[in-house]
Design a protein around this ligand. Structure first.
Ligand code: UT7
Length: 390
């Protein structure tokens, strides 16, 4: 029996702190008028104290699980698409897995810039269709604000923080993710990148002094790339799904720049209203932009059961990706009985306690073993010495 990957839950999170164009005009040489006319952005959200990519991803994931009516122990895999992980290693997906108490789930991060969420959707739907997994959580989450040079007006006005998530689940009913495309052109890697902090240029006092840990972007070539690739990827994914552009009720494009979205609509010869935008309130939240936009489009009642959507993104890499989706969920979502919400709340409290206990046991284990490792260093315990001379 053929399997289909349906989106059965969605959720988003945006930090409370809001940064306006006027706030930015007090920080760098810019103006509300320039930012609005060149990008369409009016405000963006910026993380507050204690908020990270993992904490925002967790909040979006919890909201998506609530809509899906799925408990964390039912999740087989967690994919976090991000360009701004909590740590260089381990994966932010593991932090989300732990905080959710998703005890059966594998977890990994996916680095495909702003296309990351659609890449994640493509990978997850393939695994579901192949029968490898039944339930996958795909999150796009970003704390881009920490990689921004707040004195560079060319980048600091564009980006914002946030997270969005979907739950994908196997079903034998046709629908869900119908087709996807992923593409890359690494010759454009340096058009949008963080020069230092990787093995090519490890972090040092010198790289920090030169500001090489901040995001650098050449806006114009990225713009040209975007207006070319968005319509191409959209056409290709429709072709693969056996749909025409007229069959698509709503396009959910990456929210980078209103001019890019309008130019894509013109190239596709579709009315601008069929391109969903919310970048005026969020700015470019990179891998989080498409899932946040998807959530808002659903919540605004713009997507009905049976509708066809195209999710299309581009970004650092350079990368691009598109997915054609047939929506299969009702809106509004039926209200869950109170006890289900209580159970969920209790589950998350248990997950925190479990995480704390495991971390404490690990610390204690390390303390107990310390004296032995000290003896070994002094030559009192040399169990491997003989072996090594054989
Ligand atoms: O997720 C993918 C991420 N990136 C993107 O999607 C970015 C794609 N690129 C863009 O969206 C646009 O290229 C930008 C919004 C970044 C820039 O818009 P633009 O129309 O391409 O402007 P520009 O770079 O050609 O700059 C025009 C002028 C320049 O001044 P001069 O040289 O003409 O005197 C800039 O210095 O605007 C100046 N400028 C600004 N002025 C006020 C650049 N940034 C600002 C600013 N405020 N924030």
């Amino acid at each position: 029996m053929k399997r289909y990957a349906h989106i059965i839950g969605w959720g988003k999170y945006a930090p409370e702190n809001v940064l306006t164009n006027d706030d930015l005009s007090r920080m760098v040489d810019t103006s509300d008028e320039w930012i609005r006319t060149r990008t369409g952005i009016q405000t963006r959200h910026i993380v507050g104290e204690g908020e990270t990519t993992a904490t925002m991803g967790l909040r979006a994931a919890q909201a998506a699980l609530e809509v899906a009516n799925v408990t964390p122990d039912q999740i087989d895999l967690i994919i976090v698409a991000t360009a701004s992980p909590d740590y260089p290693t381990p994966a932010t997906a593991c932090l989300v897995q732990d905080a959710l108490g998703a005890t059966r789930a594998g977890a990994f991060d996916l680095a495909a810039g702003c296309s990351g969420f659609v890449y994640g959707l493509s990978v997850a739907s393939g695994l579901i269709e192949a029968g490898t997994y039944d339930t996958i959580l795909v999150i796009g989450a970003e704390t881009i604000s920490h990689a921004i040079d707040w004195s560079d007006r060319g980048t600091c006005v564009l980006f914002g923080d946030g997270a969005g998530a979907v739950v994908l689940q196997a079903s034998e009913s046709p629908g869900g993710v119908l087709a996807s495309v992923m593409g890359a052109d690494g010759s454009g890697a340096e058009l949008l990148y963080v020069p230092a902090g990787g093995c090519r240029r490890p972090t040092s006092a010198d790289t920090v002094a030169q500001g090489l840990h901040f995001l650098r972007m050449e806006g114009r070539p990225v713009f040209r790339f975007a207006v070319n690739i968005m319509p191409r990827a959209s056409r290709l994914v429709c072709e693969r799904a056996g749909l025409s552009l007229d069959d698509i009720e709503l396009f959910i494009p990456h929210q980078a720049n209103e001019r890019i979205i309008q130019a894509s609509a013109r190239a596709l010869k579709i009315p601008a209203e069929r391109m969903f935008t919310n970048l005026e309130r969020y700015g470019n939240t990179s891998a989080a932009s498409i899932p946040i936009a998807l959530c808002e489009a659903v919540e605004a009642g713009l997507i009905r059961r049976g509708d066809h959507l195209v999710l299309v993104g581009f970004g650092a890499g350079l990368t691009w990706a598109a997915a054609a989706v047939q929506w299969s969920m009702p809106w509004p979502v039926p209200t869950r009985p109170w006890w289900r919400t209580t159970l969920r709340w209790l589950y998350y409290r248990w997950a925190s306690l479990r995480s704390w206990t495991l971390r404490t046991l690990r610390r204690m284990d390390t303390q107990i073993r310390k004296p032995f490792s000290h003896d070994a260093e002094n030559g009192d315990q040399q169990p491997h010495k003989e072996d090594s001379t054989k």
